[in-house]
Design a protein around this ligand. Structure first.
Ligand SMILES: Cc1cc2nc3c(=O)[nH]c(=O)nc-3n(C[C@H](O)[C@H](O)[C@H](O)COP(=O)(O)OP(=O)(O)OC[C@H]3O[C@@H](n4cnc5c(N)ncnc54)[C@H](O)[C@@H]3O)c2cc1C
Length: 462
């Protein structure tokens, strides 16, 4: 008899699944599990008292329509077999081993919560920040409530040309009137109201055909009330043959859409003389931040492209230039954070997996799954997580008949254990109270919500 046959099977009760992380991927996985023809209960954990991951803490406040997806997640949470365990940091408040005592399977959808490092001299000087810090700050994420940014500086630089870099640039360039009716955190709105930033430079290492932003986001940059959009060097639009081939590739619709918008923006002619300027640079990489007690200037190196169409990389030319820089934001990608008890791919910053089944040294770990950014890395929009999570949940459902039954199939016992550790579990009903209070606070000041920005405030309300 092999060991699989002596394992206690799950019988006469639903399969118990813990989902770690309540962002889009967690909700899409929960939906697949709860809609399946198998009897499944899902308890969803989040380290914050609030659900919805980056939809709440990442998506820009001036893009409220994108947050409408929350309604879908609220629908999923209504299922009787769904439970929310907010304010529980898995790996800290509760170990993965403990979680496995209460659940037959654990699915990790804990995102990519830290940044890839930009290894240049001076990167740790005051005035240099990650985009994550700034985004978390303006979105009222409790981790970043205490951050401050020296907005007395006139020149800000954002490194990267993905949509997050565009968000950061746009928030720095917008007027307070453009932001005041959004759910931007009040502490940020107050600070932005005093901002002296006049120029925001958004810098990408490759060219306009390779830029990672989407056409909608870059178009919006040309529609700012009091900031002109300009390009640092119009010669950057003279494409090399490989870039031209990329643009001509019928399948490259993203680049074609971007190109069309960029052409319109270029054709718009002379800047209108607004108070602020957004300057888009292509073909440049940061080499060094200079300054004594804080950053004062940035050394850039000019790049050229090498490689075949579709696979071109930026190569430094050795030609450098120096520019003033008082505030520096790096948006060069995200990485997952390791959780004790789960294998971690240090190089990619993800949990190693095969189609969502977590692997250890190449072998599948029974009952352990991953979905979303922690599974595939930080790529794609909210909707990209849906098929990704469906795949992982389907693997779990396929494995369910052979999963080892957990020792203590009891969610109340988890709450008791956490209580004994002074961890106040925030239920879904608790979250709904926080939600209602935020909406009420917002209504008083003409905003869709005024977020609580510390865990203490949220727990005090409860
Ligand atoms: C700044 C920014 C802006 C974006 N804007 C857009 C946009 O406008 N439109 C769009 O379509 N996409 C946008 N995206 C992309 C989109 O947000 C992601 O595709 C999506 O959120 C990834 O989902 P996820 O569930 O994998 O991770 P996340 O949304 O990050 O969710 C992970 C969750 O896990 C929780 N967690 C982490 N560790 C633990 C732990 N140890 N224990 C318990 N809980 C834990 C976190 O608190 C979080 O709630 C944006 C991304 C960023 C970074």
């Amino acid at each position: 008899m092999n060991s699989i046959n002596v394992m206690p099977a799950i019988s006469n009760r639903p399969v118990r699944v813990a989902i770690v992380g309540s962002g889009p991927s967690g909700f899409y996985a929960a939906d697949t599990l709860l809609k399946s023809d198998q009897d499944v209960v899902v308890d969803m954990y989040d380290r914050l008292p609030t659900p919805f991951g980056l939809v709440r803490g990442g998506v820009a406040p001036d893009h409220p329509k994108i947050k409408n997806v929350i309604k879908v997640y609220e629908g999923i949470a209504k299922n009787e077999a769904f439970g929310f365990f907010g304010n529980v940091n898995v790996g800290d408040d509760l170990s993965v081993e403990e979680l496995r005592r209460f659940y037959d399977a654990v699915l990790f959808s804990c995102g990519a919560e830290t940044d890839r490092r930009l290894e240049i001299p001076g990167v740790d000087l005051a005035g240099s920040h990650t985009a994550t810090e700034f985004v978390g700050w303006y979105n009222g994420h409790p981790d970043y409530r205490q951050r401050s940014f020296d907005l007395t500086q006139e020149v800000a630089v954002v490194i990267g040309q993905g949509n997050v870099a565009v968000d950061v640039t746009r928030i720095l360039a917008k007027t307070v009137d453009e932001l005041k009716d959004t759910d931007v955190a009040q502490h940020s709105l107050d600070a932005l109201a005093e901002s002296k930033v006049k120029e925001v430079h958004m810098i990408g290492r490759r060219g306009p055909v390779q830029a990672a932003f989407t056409s909608k986001e870059i178009r919006e940059m040309g529609e700012l009330v009091d900031a002109d959009l300009v390009f640092n060097n119009l010669a950057d639009f003279d494409l090399n043959p490989a870039s031209q081939a990329e643009l001509d590739d019928a399948g490259n619709t993203d680049a074609q859409r971007n190109w069309k918008v960029l052409e319109e923006l270029r054709a718009a002619g002379e800047p209108a003389g607004k108070s602020r300027r957004v300057v888009v640079h292509f073909f440049a990489s940061p080499k060094e931040l200079q300054g004594t007690s804080r950053i004062e200037s940035l050394v850039l190196e000019k790049n050229q492209l090498a490689g075949d169409p579709g696979n071109q990389w930026a190569e430094g030319t050795g030609q450098t230039s120096e520019m003033d820089c008082g505030l520096f934001f790096r948006s060069v990608g995200y990485r997952g954070v390791a959780i004790p008890g789960v294998p971690f791919d240090e190089k990619r910053g993800v949990f190693p997996n095969e189609r969502g089944r977590i692997t250890d040294g190449g072998s599948v770990m029974a009952g352990m799954y991953a979905a979303g950014w922690i599974k595939r890395g930080p790529s794609g929009v909210i909707g990209t997580n849906k098929p990704d999570s469906v795949e992982s949940a389907q693997m779990l459902l396929e494995d369910a008949p052979s999963l080892e039954a957990c020792a203590e199939p009891d969610s109340a016992a988890v709450t008791d254990l956490l209580k004994s550790r002074d961890v106040r579990v925030v239920s879904y009903a608790d979250w709904q109270r926080i939600d209602a209070a935020e909406v009420e606070r917002g209504a008083a000041v003409g905003k869709p919500r005024e977020k609580f920005t510390t865990v203490e405030e949220m727990l005090a309300l409860l």
